[in-house]
Write a protein that binds this ligand. Structure first.
Ligand code: CU
Length: 179
């Protein structure tokens, strides 16, 4: 092969790679702008061995909490092989912060049909803030293989219309309180 043909071939591949990289960048920017899809950025550490004993993720503190400013915080644990609690009520069309962590292995958190999606890594608190606009139950399957019971690990996020959103006196809301 003469040198000119080799150079032409290399230039063709440069073009192919540049086109592939450009396409990926366009997809990232387009989904960011259109669907608010983005990588989680919260780096917050926590001791996975003492979650159940003290602090934010003790059993009594898990679940949905309405804050004084009307926003909502949901705390949950992803563990082999369940989400605790198993049903998460959230109000329709209001900012919801979801905080989730794991005491054992890596799990995945996703709410079907929404942009809520993050890995749950032991030792870290995964946090995402979003709004849910479609009332009803949304499936929350674990989407990181976590062991033999992985396929049975799922929960439900229940988007509740404003008129049915009646938290208790402490601002706590459960799926049992949805009329
Ligand atoms: Cu899993």
């Amino acid at each position: 092969m003469d040198e000119k043909r080799i150079v032409r071939s290399e230039l063709r591949w440069v073009f192919v790679v540049a086109a592939a990289v450009t396409l990926m960048l366009v997809v990232i920017v387009a989904t960011t702008l259109a669907n608010a899809l983005h990588p989680p950025s919260n780096v917050e550490t926590i001791d996975p061995a003492t979650l159940h004993i003290a602090g934010e993720f003790t059993e009594a503190n898990l679940g949905t909490q309405e804050n004084a400013d009307g926003t909502v915080t949901v705390r949950l644990i992803a563990t082999q092989y369940a989400f605790v609690p198993r049903c998460l009520p959230v109000p329709e069309g209001r900012p919801v912060s979801i905080r989730v962590t794991s005491p054992d292995v890596i799990h995945g958190f996703i709410v079907a049909g929404t942009n809520a999606n993050t890995m749950v890594v032991p030792g870290f608190v995964a946090e995402l803030t979003t709004e849910f606009d479609e009332p009803g139950d949304h499936l929350m399957p674990c989407h990181e293989y976590c062991g033999l019971g992985h396929s049975n690990m799922w929960a439900v996020l229940r988007v509740v219309p404003e008129e049915e959103w009646i938290p208790d006196a402490n601002g706590r809301m459960t799926c049992e309180l949805v009329p």
